[in-house]
Design a protein around this ligand. Structure first.
Ligand code: SAH
Length: 217
C-alpha cells in the first residue's frame, strides 16, 4: 500500500497543481510541461522531482519550487524575441524554462560546479540558446547587455544597480527582495522613461545573493 506521503507526483498532476494555484499563461504551462525536472535534481530525488517544493542541489544551494519558477516566469511576460539574463543558475532549471519562451538566455552562477553541471544538462537536452557564465551576478553580464528581461533567483536586500543599468528601456526585472533570514517578496520592476515602476507580489524564501565568485568550487 502506498501512503499519501510517498505517492509520486507525475507530470500531469504537476501541471494541474500549477493551474490550480493560479498559473494561467498557456505558454508558461507548456514550458513547465516540456522541461524534464528530473534532469535537474539530484539522482536520489528524481522520483520526487515534481513535488512542489525546493530541493537541495550541490554546493549547499537549492533548485527552486516549481510554483515559484512558474510564477516568476509568468510575471516576466516573455516574448519569443527576448534576450533574458538570469542571476543564479543553480541547477539550471529556471534557465531551461526561460529558454523555451525566449530567444536567448544568459545565466550567471558563482559556483563553477553548478555552472558546469547546468551546461551539461542543457547540452543533453539540446537547449542551445543558453549561455552559462561563471562569476558574480551582482555585476550582471555587461558584454551582452541590454536585456529585455532580467530574473534574479537569489534574494538581495537591495536592487543591484548594475542590473538596472543592463535592463533595456521598457524592460522588466523580477527578483526576490528582502533580508537573508526574513520576509522576502517577489518584486517586479519596469524601466520607464520616468524611472523604475515597482510592483510587489507574493512572499518567498530564497537562498541569499552572495558577493563575489565562490572561492570553493
Ligand atoms: N535558478 C536556480 C535556483 C538557484 S538557487 C534553479 O532553477 O535551480 C540560487 C543560486 O544563486 C545558487 O546557485 C547560488 O550559488 C547563486 N548565487 C548566489 N549569489 C550569486 C551571485 N552573486 N552571482 C551568481 N550566482 C549567485
Amino acid at each position: 500500500m502506498t501512503s499519501v506521503a510517498d505517492r509520486r507526483i507525475g507530470p500531469m498532476e504537476f501541471l494541474l497543481g500549477l493551474r490550480r494555484r493560479g498559473i494561467a499563461d498557456p505558454a508558461v504551462l507548456r514550458a513547465m510541461e516540456e522541461v524534464p525536472r528530473e534532469n535537474f535534481v539530484r539522482a536520489d530525488d528524481a522520483a520526487v522531482a515534481y513535488a512542489d517544493h525546493a530541493m537541495p542541489i550541490d554546493c549547499g544551494q537549492t533548485i527552486s519550487q516549481p510554483y515559484v519558477v512558474a510564477y516568476m516566469t509568468e510575471r516576466l511576460s516573455l516574448a519569443p524575441e527576448h534576450k533574458v539574463l538570469e542571476i543564479g543558475t543553480g541547477s539550471g532549471y529556471q534557465a531551461a524554462v526561460l529558454s523555451r519562451l525566449a530567444a536567448r538566455v544568459v545565466t550567471i552562477e558563482r559556483y563553477r560546479t553548478l555552472a558546469e553541471q547546468a551546461r551539461a544538462r542543457f547540452a543533453a537536452l539540446g537547449y542551445d540558446n543558453i549561455a552559462v557564465v561563471i562569476g558574480d551576478g551582482r555585476a550582471g553580464v555587461p558584454e551582452e547587455a541590454p536585456y529585455d528581461r532580467i530574473i534574479v533567483t537569489a534574494a538581495a536586500e537591495s536592487i543591484p544597480r548594475a542590473l538596472v543599468d543592463q535592463l533595456a528601456d521598457g524592460g522588466v526585472m523580477v527578483l526576490p527582495l528582502g533580508p537573508q533570514d526574513g520576509a522576502q517578496i517577489i518584486v517586479r520592476l519596469t524601466k520607464t522613461p520616468s524611472g523604475l515602476f515597482r510592483e510587489n507580489f507574493i512572499g518567498v524564501r530564497f537562498v541569499p545573493l552572495l558577493p563575489g565568485k565562490a572561492r570553493e568550487l
